[in-house]
Design a protein around this ligand. Structure first.
Ligand SMILES: Cc1cc2nc3c(=O)[nH]c(=O)nc-3n(C[C@H](O)[C@H](O)[C@H](O)COP(=O)(O)OP(=O)(O)OC[C@H]3O[C@@H](n4cnc5c(N)ncnc54)[C@H](O)[C@@H]3O)c2cc1C
Length: 448
């Protein structure tokens, strides 16, 4: 089925369903169904009828939902279930490689959510959803009831999809660094200590995956590192697709700075159709093998694995195929009532998997929940994606993209603009500053 047709059917079903569930939710909330929240664990008093919103995952999608739910409504009992005590932002994590950013600078805690926004944060892993009784179970055996559930568990990185690769290897000699953290530092150290004239291989995944420009941004930053510390070093990008976002910009930068397209180029990009798709890792011989059988030896090998919906979503039957189907009007699951799924786990085409999109989806969801609580019709959302990326400290790029409902609310329409590179260094420097400041502002919007 075409994506457009699928989207249309999803939207029709969504409109009928959201009217029904709106009436039910109102009835339940006003009948005192939500009785748990007289004193929330956050130490704040809620009314007897306060609705219970439970959020699984305290990453970009989940934290935005918690904060903005509170900003919209003081009398909702909000609980976030998240196993980690800290969150490390992936946006900005490529900059840790050349040392322009630190992991500490990207790390936030849940203190502000707890103290300023009176959100109960349960440090635990959610395991099961009991859809009939509207309860979530955690690994430590807690059972938490909800009126509305928001699920934002991020993606599963499918290490094993590449033969010979697995998470243990990624935590050791072959860092994927696709969740920011120790693997990011390990990759940085490997690049800095690579022998002179060595080769760094990046295996870029097939679509869809989180942050489409990030593999090419990463390659550009590594090239800058090589130029400074290892000028005879090489970068080889083996790609599981034939095109990538900002393809009108990155090659321009590579040509200007690293001889791309010449015999002395520091960088080579091999698309899928020319044999770029990596299918196997030979860890013993430090090489990767592509679909056409070519063996590439690398001194540093960075395999970015393909992705699918988060384990939690897969295990709780929220998926169809690899991703979670949702109604775009309010991001309710097409499979279960009163469950919203957002972020990297959803079948979100044409929306890309980015933090900014996850955050804006969260805002759509809490607006819809709040509208329902107040007996208002759910608005048609308008979603924006500002995709910022860099090639170097002096060169940035910004894509602006909007998604709006068209065809009387039956179609999600995408409009975007990707400006090409210019020969004006001042302009590219401004765009780099925009990208850098966007990241700081975004982090504050989600967690402060
Ligand atoms: C290198 C890199 C650079 C990027 N740069 C950008 C950028 O510049 N701009 C941008 O917009 N996006 C960027 N992204 C993408 C962005 O990080 C993701 O799209 C975004 O984090 C998705 O949000 P999410 O809430 O779906 O998942 P996440 O932010 O990953 O959050 C998921 C959370 O769920 C928790 N969780 C998982 N399972 C459970 C469970 N069972 N119970 C409880 N909690 C659970 C996890 O611990 C995690 O905290 C980048 C990504 C990478 C890899």
């Amino acid at each position: 089925m075409s994506n457009t047709k699928k989207t249309q059917q999803t939207l029709n079903a969504s409109q009928e369903k959201s009217e029904l569930s709106r009436r039910r939710f109102l009835k339940e909330a006003t009948a005192g169904f939500a009785t748990l929240g007289l004193w929330g664990a956050s130490g704040r008093a809620f009314s007897k009828n306060a609705a219970r919103v439970v959020i699984i995952g305290g990453g970009i999608g989940g934290a935005t939902a918690a904060k903005y739910m509170r900003l919209l409504n003081a009398d909702v009992n909000i609980t976030v279930i998240e196993p980690n005590t800290q969150y490390i932002f992936c946006p900005g994590s490529n900059e840790v490689l050349p040392g322009w950013e630190t992991l500490e600078g990207l790390t936030v805690t849940y203190n502000t959510l707890k103290t300023r926004y009176h959100v109960n944060v349960i440090q635990d892993k959610a395991t099961d959803i009991d859809y009939t009784n509207k309860r979530v179970k955690t690994a430590r055996g807690e059972v938490i009831s909800y009126d509305k559930l928001i699920v934002s568990p991020g993606p599963t990185l499918e290490y094993e999809a590449i033969e010979g690769f697995n998470e243990t290897l990624a935590e050791g000699n072959f860092p994927a660094a696709w969740h920011a953290g120790l693997q990011t530092l390990n990759l940085r150290n490997q690049i800095l200590s690579m022998r002179q004239g060595g080769t760094v291989i990046i295996s870029a995944p097939k679509n869809p995956y989180r942050c489409p420009p990030a593999p090419y941004e990463r390659a550009s930053f590594i090239l800058t590192m090589l130029k400074e510390h290892n000028p005879t070093g090489k970068m080889l990008i083996l790609d599981s697709k034939d095109s990538f976002i900002f393809q009108n910009v990155y090659p321009y930068y590579w040509t200007k700075n690293f001889g791309y397209g010449t015999d002395n180029s520091m960088i080579e990009w091999v698309p899928k159709s020319k044999g770029g798709e990596v299918v196997k890792l030979d860890a013993t011989n430090h090489s990767v093998i592509t679909a056409n059988g070519t063996v590439h030896k690398g001194d540093v090998i960075n395999i970015i694995p393909p992705e699918k919906a988060g384990q939690f979503a897969l295990q709780n039957n929220l998926t169809e195929g690899d991703w979670c189907p949702v109604n775009f009007r309010d991001f309710t699951s097409t499979k279960y009532k009163d469950v919203h799924v957002i972020g990297d786990s959803i079948d979100g085409e044409p929306m890309p998997k980015t933090g900014y999109i996850a955050s804006n989806q969260a805002k759509v969801v809490v607006q819809a929940i709040n509208d329902e609580l107040h007996g208002r019709e759910i608005a048609y959302p308008f979603i924006i994606n500002d995709c910022v990326a860099m090639a170097g400290k002096d060169f940035g790029m910004v894509l602006t993209e909007t998604f709006r409902f068209a065809g009387e609310g039956k179609r999600l329409e995408e409009h975007y603009n990707i400006p090409g590179a210019t020969d004006d260094p001042a302009r590219q420097l401004i765009l780099q500053k925009v990208a850098e400041n966007w990241q700081r502002t975004f982090r504050k919007d989600v967690f402060s």
